[in-house]
Design a protein around this ligand. Sequence first.
Ligand code: SAM
Length: 261
Amino acid sequence: MLSYQHQYHAGNLADVHKHALLATMLDRLAQKDKPLTYMETHAGRGLYDLGSAEAQKTGEAGAGIARIERLGWFAGDHPYARALAAVRARHGADAYPGSPLIASELLRPDDRVLLAELHPQEQAALAEALLPYAAHSRKVDGLAMAIAQTPPEPRRGLMLIDPSYEVKADYEALPALIGQVHRKWNVGIIALWYPILADGRHRQMLEELRALKAPKAMVHEVRFPPARAGHGMVGSGLYVLNTPYGTEDEARRLSALYARL
Ligand SMILES: C[S@@+](CC[C@H](N)C(=O)[O-])C[C@H]1O[C@@H](n2cnc3c(N)ncnc32)[C@H](O)[C@@H]1O
C-alpha cells in the first residue's frame, strides 16, 4: 500500500539539493554529442503545483525553493534554473518540475528516458505531465525495472533511485540492488537519494554502500532546519557512483550555501 505523495514535499530543501545535483550531472552528460539513457525507479508525478492545498499545507516549498530563489543560489544559466524556467514557461509561475521533467527539459531528442512509478494516480499524472516530451512512464516496480532494463541501450547514462522510504525494508534492500545493477552496467552512473533523519536510520545503508567500493563514488550530505517543529528530516543525502566530472564542485558550492541557512 503506497501512501506517500510527493506533492506535500515538492520543492523542499531536500528536493533543491537532489534536483540541483541531478541537473548538474545531466547537463554534464548532455555536453557530449552521444545519446544516453536516463532511468528513474521512483518517478513521482513529474509536475507539481506549489499553489496547491497540499503544498500550502506543509509550507515546505515556501521554506525551500521559494526561499532559495530569493537568496539567488542559482544563476539563470544553471541547469536547475533552466529546467525550472522552462517548466514555468509551459505551466505558470507556481509550477515545479519533479526529476522526470528536469531530465526531460535538459536531455536531447535522441536520449532515452525510462521512468517507473507504481502509484496509479501518480503514474496517471506523470503520463499527462510527459505529453510534451518524448519520455514514457510505466506503472511497474522501479527496483524490478532497474534489474530488467540494465544494461540499457544507449549504454551511457544515469539511473536515479529516489524511494519514499515508507518501510524499513527500503533501506535494507538498496545496497545489494545497487551492487547488482552496477555489476550489470559498470559504466552507468547510479544516484541514490536518502533522507537524513534525526534518528540516523540511513547510516547502516551508507556503510553498506561504501563497502561496495564502487568507482568514483561520492556521498554528499547537507543539513537544514526541520520543515516544522518535530519534523524528523534534518538533511538530505545523495550517494553517486561513477560520479560525472564537475559534480563535486557543485556539491561543494551547495555545502557552503546550506551551511549558511
Ligand atoms: C520521493 S517520490 C519521487 C520524487 C521524484 N523522484 C522527484 O524528485 O520529483 C517517490 C515515488 O515513488 C513511488 N514508489 C514507491 N514505491 C515504488 C516502487 N516500488 N516502484 C515505483 N515507484 C514507487 C511513490 O508512489 C512516489 O511517487
